[in-house]
Design a protein. Sequence first.
Length: 458
Amino acid sequence: MKVRNLRRAVCAAAAAALLVAGAAPAGHAADGPVLRELAAAKGVYYGTAVTASKLSGAYASLAGGQFGSITPGNEMKWGSVEPARGSYDWSGADAVVDFAEAHGQQVRGHTLVWHSQLPGWVSGGSWTADALRTVMTGHIATEAGRYQGRIDHWDVVNEPFDEDGTRRPSVFQTVIGDGYIEDALRAARAADPAAKLYLNDYNIEGVNAKSDAMYELVKSLKARGVPLDGVGLQAHLIVGQVPATLRANLQRFADLGVDVAITELDIRMPLPATDAKLAQQKADYKAVTQACLAVARCAGVTVWGFTDADSWIPDVFPGQGAATPYDEGLRPKPAYFGIAEALGWSGGTGPVTGCAVTYTVQNQWSTGFTAQVTVRNTGSATIPGWRLGWSWPSSGQRVTQAWNATVTQSGTAVTAANASYNGTIAPGSAVGFGVNGTWSGSNPAPAGFTLNGAACSA
Ligand code: 9MR
């Protein structure tokens, strides 16, 4: 069953305006495409992982407004819900499920059996096979039973394989043996008969040894009548490296009689993000979304955090990040528009076909200056979000403050990104922003500007 929830994001990104400095005018989000509606019209869901403690303000508006499915990033893991044996904390998991219901969203339960974020009393216990099986199936009965009827998809077993396609030697594998996976699936079906039951893993997006192993497992489980409804491909990807075999791989799983889903999509890049890397990332998000749409049994796509402010990547891959569709200030990145385009949005996604920039120094003193910048869309297509780039002619020029845009500087290269409320520039319209800066030596106007990578007349 595919999601049919239709809900309009009301002023989804309002209050998301983050400026380097300066007074933010009372902002209202520019209307942007609503991913959950576009996806529903295509018969799939578009989801996101969330962090329960962040579900307020602009973060909640976007999570609730843009996405049709929610996955708790950590709150349903065994270590979160039963850190000590028999001592339960459902607060985070309840908060996420309540949020989803309040916003008419599906829920992906994540995850019942996993080697990581497992309480020490489970991973470090000395178990017989029967004792651990009883504890594992009891955990599934308790958690899946608590949320029975409220979870659309359960990641029942997460990451069962090593890279070479052998079984990962988790405590479950080591103590119970190969059969722990079917024991877990049967327990989950008994606890919540309506939930779609998934196996989930990473690095199985393309055809390789690990996805071959998952394929053989699914084939064997289905042949023996074990309850299994889907395979989740996490898709923690690298910019420019979407596996060429993604669509064919999704299809071969589907051909075994299971659904498939992209469950943890993010696409990381070496920092800093540049226009070129963000453009490639847009193409990559688009390609992954298109691959799902091309496979009838692909249920949907979930991004693993929708904002760079809530992504695991920088913590685990130092120097890398910018992996999600919204930046740290909750502004939509090109990737967001790539997803929307893949989902059939045609509301003015054309490239920048013409732009003109005026740069006026309004005030200058011995060490500082104030400049006003105006960006005009002289082309024929609506610009759905903008990043204006320029280089200072003098190494002594530096931006110290900005308003109506977020401005960052690296060396002499400057990038100004739209605020949440002035991202859309209709043909013939203009937006303006201001900067304060310091200078030494000389303070000439920049010689050239790029808008989303396209050169503008100055
Ligand atoms: O996003 C999760 C992060 O906050 C946790 O610190 C991390 C701990 O392993 O788990 C992250 O989520 C993982 C998911 O549960 C399973 N696939 C890999 C994800 C990224 O590590």
